[in-house]
Write a protein that binds this ligand. Structure first.
Ligand SMILES: Cc1cc2nc3c(=O)[nH]c(=O)nc-3n(C[C@H](O)[C@H](O)[C@H](O)COP(=O)(O)OP(=O)(O)OC[C@H]3O[C@@H](n4cnc5c(N)ncnc54)[C@H](O)[C@@H]3O)c2cc1C
Length: 456
């Protein structure tokens, strides 16, 4: 493959320098944060592309996909490579299509819709949006590095989801443009419900080339950290605030001790032995919020204005899946799960988990509003890894007691927990990638069609 492709490159992209064959760069751009999982680490170490190509426009992407279709070359799209499931790791060689150079923010409309290319970094989009009175509705804690295309392809939600829901809800993604993997690649516009054909499909059924993303009106935020002497009190308070509509919040993260002790650079705001909650709360409510926290038995360990992503400390750097990163830095045996507790049974579910697993599982809670407005006590509990059997036992037990688990130790769309049960992603793959050349091996329910299958 590499020879044929390398020879054709001058006809496919305007600058051959954007075809990368250097092994060290290929290795780096073939990887993501799969090593969070000891299972995926074992499975995916050593997997890499044969070449990396950095297109700059839709015309180049069409040229490349046309060539790859004709020569049966796998293509794995990549944003910034911050995904956790090995989503962007090519299993069968081929090319990594690095979209980081397609990073233009075309416009932010007067009604708050950002129109942009896939390689735009979420941090750049947030900064630009705030300059125009808007902000992202939700974003991963990797906001500074992660791309909008990668968030749509592999992410789910994060900071802001407690207020505005997850990425796939509330018509946050208004429309997408994709390029298909066919003999003659098509540019398709997916609007309304059709965006779900491609959202969270791990780049298996189309290359996202343009995004219409709904924003929220900008809020003047403050950061606040509150400590409690028991986890039960901390959880109760966080749940109350998450559910109380009168409090405008963007982040409610609850950590069981000793998790906060892993936050190296935050020592001064982490009293020993305490269970912490990190909040982003409307600045205008901060004084009243601090009073309420203290009345609930909490101690304010930090509060201050949020002045954008350069604020230090930036509490969101310790939340969502950054929490896991701090824990792994402390002890490489840590890994994690992604759970959603039942709001009506969460305390009992946590009790059962504690009884069965003790401190092998530490609670790290994140709240989000689901598609019908219910506040979900989500969690990325830390798991002290011993064996794969033990990890699978935890997943089974969670599910048996009604805790939803999106399994971050598998490398396919279906088992990851955010696959659509109505199979729209699979149907889209059959339409847009009939040979199965886009990120092959990641959508297990797909069977490649024979040579050059026609579009229905
Ligand atoms: C420390 C840490 C914290 C995290 N916190 C969160 C969090 O709070 N919330 C959350 O949802 N995730 C989180 N993640 C996961 C990840 O950071 C996000 O999902 C992020 O948005 C991925 O963006 P990316 O540009 O790095 O995507 P990549 O990793 O490059 O790609 C992700 C997937 O999308 C596909 N893809 C990329 N670009 C395109 C495109 N243009 N067209 C089609 N498919 C494409 C890729 O093939 C891949 O399958 C975290 C990860 C880490 C390591």
């Amino acid at each position: 493959m590499p020879d044929a492709l390398a020879n054709a490159i001058p006809n496919l992209i305007s600058d051959p320098q954007r075809y990368i064959a250097a092994p060290a760069i290929i290795e780096r751009l073939s990887k993501d944060f799969y090593w969070y999982s000891p299972i995926l680490k074992r499975q995916l170490d050593g997997k890499h592309a044969d070449a990396v190509i950095q297109p700059i426009d839709v015309g180049e992407i069409r040229n490349l996909l046309r060539f790859c279709f004709a020569h049966d070359i796998p293509v794995t799209p990549r944003g910034a490579g911050t995904g956790n499931y090995g989503q962007a790791i090519p299993l069968n060689g081929g090319i990594v299509l690095d979209l980081s150079r397609m990073d233009d923010i075309e416009a932010i409309t007067s009604d708050g819709v950002a129109i942009c290319q896939p390689g735009v970094r979420l941090g750049a989009l947030e900064t630009r949006a705030r300059a125009q009175g808007w902000e992202l509705r939700c974003y991963p804690s990797t906001i500074v590095k992660a791309s909008i295309g990668g968030f749509l392809g592999g992410g789910s939600g994060g900071i802001g989801s407690v207020l505005n829901g997850n990425l796939r809800d509330y018509q946050t993604v208004r429309a997408l443009e994709i390029v298909t993997m066919e003999q003659e690649p098509q540019v398709q516009l997916l609007e309304g419900q059709a965006v779900h054909d491609v959202l969270h499909a791990w780049g298996t059924n189309g290359i996202i080339t343009k995004i219409w993303l709904a924003l929220a009106p900008e809020v003047d935020w403050a950061q606040c950290s509150v400590a409690f002497d028991t986890f039960a009190k901390a959880y109760d308070f966080s749940e109350h605030i998450a559910n109380a509509p009168e409090w405008t919040k963007r982040l409610v993260t609850t950590f069981e001790w000793p998790i906060p002790s892993y936050f190296g650079s935050l020592k001064s705001i982490v009293p020993s032995g305490t269970h912490l909650i990190f909040f982003l709360i409307a600045q205008e409510q901060l004084a009243a919020f601090e009073q309420l926290s203290q009345a609930a038995g909490g101690a304010i360990t930090y509060s201050g204005a949020y002045k954008g992503l350069s604020t230090r400390p930036l509490l969101s750097d310790y939340t969502w899946n950054h929490t896991t990163l701090w824990a792994i830095k402390h002890d490489a045996a840590y890994t994690y799960l992604q759970c959603a507790f039942d709001p009506d049974r969460v305390r009992d579910q946590m009790r059962q988990l504690r009884e069965r697993y003790g401190n092998e599982m530490l609670f790290h809670m994140e709240f989000w509003k689901n598609a019908v407005g219910r506040m979900i006590p989500g969690a990325l509990p830390l798991v002290y890894f011993t064996t794969e059997e033990r990890l699978n036992d935890m997943i089974r037990f969670c599910r048996a007691i009604g805790v939803f688990v999106a399994n971050p130790h598998v490398n396919n769309v279906e088992a990851g927990g955010r696959y659509r049960e109505d199979n729209v992603q699979l149907a889209a793959k059959r339409r847009y990638d009939p040979k199965g050349l886009l990120n092959p091996g990641k959508m297990l329910s797909f069977q490649p069609q024979t040579e050059g299958a026609a579009r229905p």
